[in-house]
Design a protein around this ligand. Structure first.
Ligand code: DX5
Ligand code: ZN
Length: 214
């Protein structure tokens, strides 16, 4: 399992130590949640925090944009150090164009779906994607309860990916812990994002290791 700890649940007063912990852990990526207070009812952090993170971290940055019209900022996120750029299907009017511009900046292109958005909307673009990120909570906050319907969605998305013959990865975000990650893997997930279950644990590195071994 690819493991992408979400920085949103880190202790920002000890950000240096948290990044060092992630560097020393088995985490594959670092998940960076960017919120604009418009697409989601919360505001997180932006370019200065990301640039600092990029300087201090050895891991690729898996950036999740919860912002309207992400097209406006594709280049800026590349400059700030994004390796994977996730844009919401619900926030892009011309999704195909947005995906092409992410690839033109040499980042991995990923599309995120809200819990209510069916995977079938991706039928005609799946072959262009490096990853699909399925939300298993409504985006905006860490620490929410996992929506059980997600398993069924992962299976349907896995079928779509296999049918298309693409090597698109499937990542899940929201309420993930070491227990439901096993079921997500069985349903077809390749990667999980986890915030509170990692940073809220007494031994975050051990939780990362447990998820990695799934
Ligand atoms: C929610 C964010 C998630 C969040 C996950 O809007 O996209 O990445 O940080 O946090 P947990 O794992 O606590 O649900
Ligand atoms: Zn996220």
């Amino acid at each position: 399992m690819i493991v992408s700890p979400s920085l949103l649940s880190a202790d920002f007063g000890r950000l240096n130590e948290e990044i060092e912990m992630l560097n020393a852990s088995e985490a594959d990526w670092i998940h960076v949640d960017v919120m604009d207070g418009v697409f989601v009812p919360n505001i997180s952090f932006g370019f200065p925090v990301m640039s600092t993170l990029k300087q201090k971290s050895y891991k690729p940055l898996d950036v999740h944009l919860m912002i309207v019209d992400p097209d406006r900022y594709v280049k800026r996120f590349k400059e700030a150090g994004a390796d994977i750029l996730n844009v919401h299907y619900e926030a892009c009017t011309h999704l195909h164009r947005t995906i092409q511009s992410i690839k033109a900046e040499h980042m991995k292109a990923a599309v995120t779906l809200n819990p209510h958005t069916p995977v079938s909307v991706l039928e005609d673009i799946i072959g262009d994607l490096d990853m699909v990120l399925l939300m298993s909570v409504n985006p905006g906050y860490g620490g929410q309860k996992f929506i059980e319907h997600t398993y069924e969605k992962v299976s349907r998305l896995k079928e779509l990916v296999e049918k298309s013959g693409s090597d698109c990865l499937i990542e899940i975000d929201g309420g993930v812990n070491a227990q439901n990650a096993v079921l997500l893997k069985n349903a077809g997930a390749d990667a999980v994002v986890a915030g509170s279950s990692i940073f809220g644990a007494a031994d975050p590195k051990a939780v990362i290791q447990e998820m990695k071994s799934i």
